[in-house]
Structure formats: C-alpha cells, structure tokens
Design a protein around this ligand. Sequence first.
Ligand SMILES: Cc1ncc(COP(=O)(O)O)c(C=O)c1O
Length: 413
Amino acid sequence: MEPTSVGHGTVEDSSVEHPGLDIEALRAETPGTAHRVHLNNAGAGLLSRRTLVTMTSHLELEAEIGGYEAARQEQDRIDATYTSIAELVGGQSDEIALFDNSTHAWNAGFYSMVFKPGDRILTGRAEYGSNVLAYLQTARRSGAEVVVVPDDESGGLDTTALAALIDERTKLVGVTHIPTSGGLVNPAHEIGRITRAAGVPFLLDATQSVGQFPVDVTRIGCDMLSATGRKFLRGPRGTGFLWVRREALEYLDPFVSDIQAATWDGDRGFTWHAGARRFESWEASYANVLGLGVAARQALDLGMDRIGERATALGAYLRDALDALPGVTTYDLGRVRCAIVTAKVDGVPTADVAAALARQGINVTTTVPEHTQFDTEVRDVHPLVRLSPHYYNTHAELDRAVEAVAALARAAG
Ligand SMILES: Cc1ncc(COP(=O)(O)O)c(C=O)c1O
C-alpha cells in the first residue's frame, strides 16, 4: 500500500513490527551500512552485495569473453530485468523501456507528445525542475501553455482544482509523485481517477516513490511512469526506466529513432519496435541492466508493502524526533508523507548542518531553491537539509542523526 498516514514512531527494529524483514541480515548484505549512517536514499540508495557482485561479475565476463558475447550469454537475465521492473510497477514487460536515468526516461515519454498553440500542460507545484524546464522549452517551441495546479491546504496537489482545470485544451497532466525536496506524497491515485475519467494522458514522475513503497500503474491509472534505479530501488547509478501503457503507444511519436527503436524495412520505410523498447537506444551498460534487475527482484522478494511500511515509519520517527528539538523545524508537506524528511536548524546555515553531519559519517544532502521554483514562490524555505532513511536503516542510526542535529541547535541557541 502507498503510505496512508503520517504515523508516529517508537517502533523498534524487530521482526514483530516488520515481519519478513530481517534488518540485521539485510544490513549484513549491504556493505555501505558498515561505514556510514546512510540517510541519503533519496539521492542514491546503498547497493546490496548481490547487486554489486552481479555487476562486477558481468564486467569481468565482458573483459574475458567480449562485451557482445557476454550480453548474448546473459540474455535471459537481461530479459528478466524487464520482467522484474514490470512486476514491480504492475505493468507488462513489453511496456518497459530502460534508460540511463529517470530524466531520459521521462523525456522519452514527454517529448513523444505533440503540442500545438493553445494546448495546455497541467502540472503541480512539486514538479521536478528538469520536467518543468522541458515544459517551458516545449511551450516556447509550440505555443502550448503550462498551468500550475494549486496546492490544497496540506501542500499536496489540489485534486478538486485539477478536475476543474481540465478541459478540451488539456493535452497532458504531468505530476511528480514525491518531490526531490520534501516528504510530500502527491495523491497519484486520485489524479489518475480524474485523468482517466477525462481521457487525458497522465505522466507520473515516480523517481522517488518506486522502491520506497508500492507503486502500481493499474491502480494509479497513469499512462506513463518514469523512475530511476539508484534511489529507493537500490539499483546502480546510471539506470532508469519508463513504463508506457500499451494503448499509449498509439498516440506517442517517439522523439528519436535508432536501430533498437525501429527496423529500417528497406528502401524508405521503417517500423517501430512492437513495444516500449521503441523508446530505447541500442547501446546500454548490461552490467547496470543486470544490477537493476537484481535490485528490483530483491525489492519484490522482500515485499514492497513491508518495505513501504518500514521506510514510512522510519521517516515519521525521524520527523517527529527532529520536530521535538528546540530550534529545529521540519518542512514536509502533504496529507501523506514518506521517508524523506526536510528540516532547518535556527541560526545554522543548511550547508553547515549537512557538512557537520558528514564529518560524523552521517550522509544527508540539501535541497536546491532553483530546482524547486514553484515551491519557492509559495514558501521561501529552501535550502533545507534532507534526510532520507530506507528500510535498512535502524532507529539507533536515526537517533544518532537527531543527536547530531540537536548538538548543532544547542550550540547555535
Ligand atoms: C522527483 C525526481 N524526478 C526526477 C529526478 C531525476 O532523476 P535522474 O537523476 O535519475 O535523472 C529526480 C532526481 O533527484 C527526482 O527527485
């Protein structure tokens, strides 16, 4: 299930609260947990040893027998990546295209749509900066208009306003499920219900949600979904994917073509690949593809429900603990919040907070005001320190981070 409540946490790391998740064993299989308190899963999650070994073994195989030959030998496992990703998001394997990141996956879907003057793209205040830049470029090129749907009182996308804004000019609803800059979970299911009823394509940027909690394209009712491998899914850097509803292939015109995407029929004709692989290009890192497949399979084996429950509970625990500190404020919006926690310490620049935590071996990052202008227009709060635990973190690690923040707040106060 997608997280449904903010929750309050004093949950302990026991298999009683999270049956099926043996945290100690999972940490033993995650080399990075031995060295750092890794609270930057919204940046990049830690690889499991199995993923790491899969990738390095494939690189060794390439070195030993040749890159093309290694791919041929591992073809079944490469195909299995598509199957696992499809299963993870509730789609079919021929609806999956693999990319080197989420931005390229999203671009492949978005730039395959054709806009004309007067068309409207509806988006939300939490939209990812690169997506907004693509909207603005397209608006400049085509004369289409970008309309930002207001937030509701909780800070999530206002679905009543969205429903009221949709009309015959609306060619696309593009929404970011979880922003890069906070703990908000946008109401994707409700947005999907509205777009399906209106017959308007819905492109969901699920970069921060896939791998963090269950994301099901059928239940959401989106038409395209983009995600990255390296964040909460714990895949390698340099991976991403696009899911495209089969029926959407009929109106999408892939914005680039190549010998993977299409077949040159001879003479002057060409035929697109039958499925979503028409959005791919020929060359890929198969070590990465295999690593992504293993990461997706691990998430499926552990159970996305369990992963989601624990990640959300850890996020709530951390948020509550930071909020309870004098001189510390958290800034996560929305009725439903996830494992991403953003905060500020009175009197301490955000960059200094992140640097102080880094010196203590605690990985966090900071939000960037320019990447989130729609949010900045409404509440001028960025940069914030961003802490993003995942299911393999422990409450003891979170307590350590909270104590480090508390010490900074004490020193400044
Ligand atoms: C919400 C969101 N969308 C898209 C992206 C871009 O992902 P990638 O860096 O894999 O292209 C990010 C990256 O942080 C993100 O947070």
